[in-house]
Structure formats: C-alpha cells, structure tokens
Design a protein. Structure first.
Length: 203
C-alpha cells in the first residue's frame, strides 16, 4: 500500500477527547490535511498502536420478566441540544473488563444491578469501530439482565438521564418517531426480532 500520511499533530489538550491533524496524502501522492478525534494520547492513537482495544462499552440489557423489557435511556446530548434515545454506555476505566465497566455504568446511569450474559458467539462481543471517518474509537457490546429499582442517585451532574424500560411496542414507537443513536437503533432492532432475549447471539 502506498504511503498515506506523513506527520500527525495533536491540536488540543483535553481530558476525554482530542483533535488530531494528519499530513495526509491522496491517491496521487498529493498532500492534504485530514482531521480526526481520539480518546487516546498522542502515543496511543490507533494509527500508531494498530490496536482495536475498546475505549468504551454499550449495554444491551433486559429485565428478568416473562416478557422482557429493554433498558433504554433518554439523555440530553450537548452537540445536538436535544434528548437522544440510547442504550446505557460509557468508557472503560483502567483495567476494567467489559463486564465490570458495564455493571458500573449501569448502576451509575440507571441505579439497576447488571448481570452479564456470556452465552452465544464470542465474536459479537469484540470491539468494533464507532465511526472511522472521524475517530479511532472502538466500543464493545455487553449483554445481560438487570434487577433492582431505577434510581438517579448515582447520575453525574453533567448528565441528564431518564430511564425507560421499554417493551416492544414502546421500542417500535421510539424507532419510528424519536431521535436515536445509530448503535442504539440497531440493538433495538435486534430486540424487536429476538424470540428470546439473546437468541440473536447464536446466529
């Protein structure tokens, strides 16, 4: 493969997300500037490490009922100045496993207790890229069940979250009418078509 870039410049210095500029080369070898965001420092951006390690997780969790409901959150998102329907999610802290991060984030965002489901094909749990046109971030999906009582006691002041335990009718309504994150939308579609809560993991 022909050389695709020369130098990379870190343009910002923020704690959670930074902007980088690449001295990129087009298919004819002509230079142009390409910009991307990363949660990693300059030495650990994935263009250098070639890693696919997940920075974060998204949680597909259902209630332990005869007709399980899907745990959703309706969260205010600053970049769009609007509330967005999503699945609970967050960043992995330190040496946490995906399951440990999911349990912590579920408690923080919803007050519910999370038990990881480890059945089905392992390949569906590996990290996938979020939006490689603008970021090197990867995220993994963690599957499981919840119990306990919904609470906002652990929500951070910078987050405004409403918890929804949605049956299939509610999920259909949200997909048809509301603002929804793309990864949330795809997982909601799985929920609608699953005969059992995690049956799609065996496909």
């Amino acid at each position: 493969m022909n050389k695709k870039f020369d130098k990379i410049h870190k343009l910002t210095d923020n704690p959670f997300l930074n902007l980088y500029q690449m001295d990129a080369l087009d298919t004819k070898g002509m230079p142009f500037s390409y910009y991307f965001a990363s949660r990693n420092d300059a030495q650990h951006i994935k263009i250098r490490t070639k890693s696919v390690r997940a920075e974060g997780i998204v949680i597909y969790a259902v209630t332990e009922e005869a007709q399980p409901r899907l745990v959703l959150i309706r969260q205010y998102r600053y970049p769009v100045d609007a509330f967005m329907y999503e699945l609970p999610a967050g960043l992995i802290d330190g040496d946490e496993t995906h399951g440990m991060a999911a349990a912590r984030e579920m408690k923080e965002e919803t007050g519910l207790d999370f038990i990881e489901y480890t059945g089905g094909r392992e390949c569906y749990r590996r990290p996938y890229f979020m939006g490689p046109g603008f970021t090197d971030e990867t995220s993994a999906t963690v599957f499981g069940t919840v119990s306990g009582t919904v609470s906002d006691a652990f929500v951070e002041d910078t987050e405004e979250i409403q918890v929804i335990l949605a049956d299939k009718e509610k999920v259909r309504h949200i997909l048809a009418n509301e603002r929804v994150s793309i990864r949330g939308a795809y997982l909601m579609m799985h929920f609608l078509h699953a005969s059992e809560p995690f049956s799609f993991l065996d496909a």
